[in-house]
Write a protein that binds this ligand. Structure first.
Ligand code: COA
Length: 310
């Protein structure tokens, strides 16, 4: 099947509506969203055509990053559709690549979308929070809000993404109710690079070589770090750095390490520090504006050896 991708024109409207109707059979409202987006002068549609038939479609529409310095025009990719009979043959990937190329030519510094990171991650998209841009609604699950940065992107372009009004009038932002819960649960279960960064940081802080290195520990602790130690003492950032430098201790062994995302920029890490009697450890890792993960809070509690009373 030879597929070509070209700009969408007015004559494509019915074919695109029919395509979106079948691709988004569970979400018929997307047809109306596309029709209204197509009327905007700041929106660009592209169609994939095979044998003269429209088999795929993608759209870019101007939004803004609400950065400290000024509003920055960026593009939002939505919707993306491939006819069910033509799926899994690379048409979706080709449409996304075409849209990203078009966005570069339009001078946009970045393109944002809401979608499954399992699909878009393979195409080079990453969580927008990695570059300091937060989603326009808290109803968009963190890992689903993704970005591709382009040549014009600069590190100061951080802040909230503002969607064009059409997405709001169609209530086409984020998810609600049972669907939202289901997607958030599925994303929690999937491989999460943020959870990986948090648990890697936690294990680094248990490494005697890191513990004895002031700069190494300093880089891993958030400015407001506090620890409720297993001794019952409360320790601040400087006290911990001093104490670890004075006594980095030996190698430590960890069991039952698990991570749980608390939000887009927070991960809970829990584990058992193996020993006699061993201790139960919990840490909250947070991601800063510079996209680095740091330990905000740590607590260690000696493991009970006898009968447990809450
Ligand atoms: C999502 C969609 C555009 C993909 O189009 P496509 O032409 O099938 O995509 P491609 O052929 O480029 O890629 C297909 C691959 O992605 C995989 N894939 C599709 N959706 C996926 C997902 N949610 N997570 C992980 N992988 C996914 C497929 O399994 C396939 O991989 P395989 O070939 O190794 O089996 C198409 O399925 C579609 O129109 N779906 C309905 C509308 C929709 O959900 N749009 C996206 C909203 S964000």
């Amino acid at each position: 099947m030879a597929v070509t991708i070209r700009d969408q024109n007015d004559a494509d409207a019915d074919a695109v509506a029919a395509l979106i109707g079948v691709a988004f059979a569970d979400e018929p409202a997307v047809v109306g969203l596309e029709a209204d987006l197509a009327r905007r002068s700041d929106s660009h549609g592209f169609v994939a055509v095979a044998d003269g038939v429209v088999v795929g479609h993608v759209r870019l529409t101007r939004g803004w990053i609400d950065a400290d310095e000024r509003m920055v025009e960026a593009l939002v990719l939505s919707p993306l559709s491939v006819h069910p009979e033509r799926q899994r043959r690379g048409v979706g990937s080709a449409l996304v690549a075409h849209a990203v190329g078009a966005a570069e030519l339009l001078g946009a510094p970045a393109v944002f979308l809401e979608g499954d990171p399992g699909y878009y991650g393979r195409l080079g998209w990453r969580p927008a929070s990695d570059v300091g841009v937060s989603a326009p609604s808290r109803r968009i699950p963190g890992p689903a809000f993704q970005v591709v940065t382009l040549a014009g992107f600069r590190p100061w372009m951080r802040g909230r993404l503002v969607y064009p009004e059409t997405f709001w009038t169609h209530d086409a932002v984020g998810l609600r109710g049972a669907v939202r819960a289901e997607v958030e649960e599925a994303l929690d279960r999937s491989d999460d690079p943020s959870a990986g960064a948090a648990s890697a940081g936690e294990l680094a802080l248990l490494d005697p070589h890191v513990r004895g290195d002031r700069a190494g520990v300093d880089a891993l602790l958030a400015s407001e770090f506090v620890e409720f130690g297993s001794s019952g003492r409360v320790l601040g950032r400087v006290e911990i750095i001093d104490a670890l430098e004075a006594d980095p201790g030996g190698a430590r062994h960890v069991a039952d390490l698990s991570t749980r995302r608390l939000g887009a920029d927070a991960v809970l890490v829990t584990y058992t520090l193996v020993g006699e009697p061993g201790s139960l450890r919990s840490s909250v890792w947070v991601r800063g504006d510079d996209a680095q993960w740091r330990l905000l809070f740590h607590q260690g509690t000696p493991r009970a050896t006898g009968t447990v009373t809450p």
